[in-house]
Design a protein around this ligand. Sequence first.
Ligand code: IFM
Length: 478
Amino acid sequence: MADHAAGTSTVRSFPADFAWGTATASYQIEGAAAEGGRTPSIWDTFSHTPGKVHDGDTGDVADDHYHLFRDDVAIMRDLGLTTYRFSIAWPRITPQVTPDELGPVNPEGLAFYRALVDELVGAGITPAITLYHWDLPQALEDAGGWADRRTAERFGEYADVVAREFGEHVGTFITLNEPWCTAYLGYAAGVHAPGRTEPLAALRAVHHLNLAHGLAAQAIRAAAPSAQVGLTLNLAWVRPATDGEADVDAARRIDGLQNRVFLDPVLRGAYPADVQADTASVTDWSFVLDGDLAVTHQVPDVLGLNYYSPTVVRRWDGVSPRESADGHGDGAASPWVAADDVEFPLQPGPKTAMGWPIDATGMRELLLRLHREFPGLELMVTENGAAYDDVLDADGGVHDVERVDYLRDHLGAVLDAVEAGAPVRGYYLWSLLDNFEWSYGYSKRFGIVHVDYDTQVRTPKDSATWYADVVRTGQLPA
Ligand code: IFM
């Protein structure tokens, strides 16, 4: 910790082998939606459906990273990054997949990612590949999507193809990104693709995603024994609004639905009994078949944490408008299956352009909780960052002071956890580039590199310079 009290400022250092990266996702940056043999994903369908995405934005072009990836790797090399987390678009790899058959592998799809991996390796940057960051082949959704267990089975086969192809050069294969969003935002709240509002489908999706993780982990371990298996969860630092029994119980239920329903089957080989009881009005969980929990129980070599904002919950009184800081409030379908009586009171204090409250404490607390509950499990921050209403200044720069403050606070929280003994191995800043922010389209800018969507000109923001300094020195400036 910085020693301000003594009038001196002790520099805080990260471990020498700490991995420094940025993260992106295929649909958010690639564009070239109809090129290279790619078939539509659920996000193509969703974004092309009127009213689903801000301003009718789509990922058709996005950052045109498909054509500009060499420039983007050069930016990362100039920043001194040691690793880069990106996702592979499943519809580029097996574009003819059906629920019953993976279908032929598309050489053009493999060639694109091969060129990207080669470029990264040539720049001294270790690739970390996410296998699923939400762009499910539409043909699978047409047969039920993640609510159908065949999607998990095909995912395991797709993981085998990717691990065989890239296992040699890739440090980590992350099976899934934020299955909470896939299951609940996609199948219960309907604000993400495929836009369904079916609580039962959401819980089926939860299980099939856990199964998909297990099948993919098995495939990666067999095909690429030198690579690490990762899983990225957006765990919530859940706190009750008061010490009252109802609020404390609301916090337990949200912790179950967001955190433990993913952690437990993967790390303990069991679903939490309280979550199953809480959701009994929706399902008896009979979609969990004999032997499934042995498959989900594939402990990752590294668990990825995505953290942005804290979560405060209380029991809703059922009368006043239901509050939700993230837009899932009164009147909207809720992502919180069987928890319609829980609300998320709006918090005072500073917020990012997403309206998300800023509190880095949650980052530290979640890392310490993971370390406490799963000692020995290696940890990685696989996403952290902030959207702000950045503008290109007359001097040609983007002076994103607030983002620098946000990053400094959150990296400080990571260091707190490291200093307390949590085995946090690295940090991926979300995001390298401004990009397609899902239902918000291009209206929210998370990048440390500004993108002009008309010209595709990239301009590193002040935060990029600041981050490059942290990476170069391994030290957190006060
Ligand atoms: O842009 C997303 C990313 O795809 C998943 N994690 C959260 C980010 C910011 O909302």
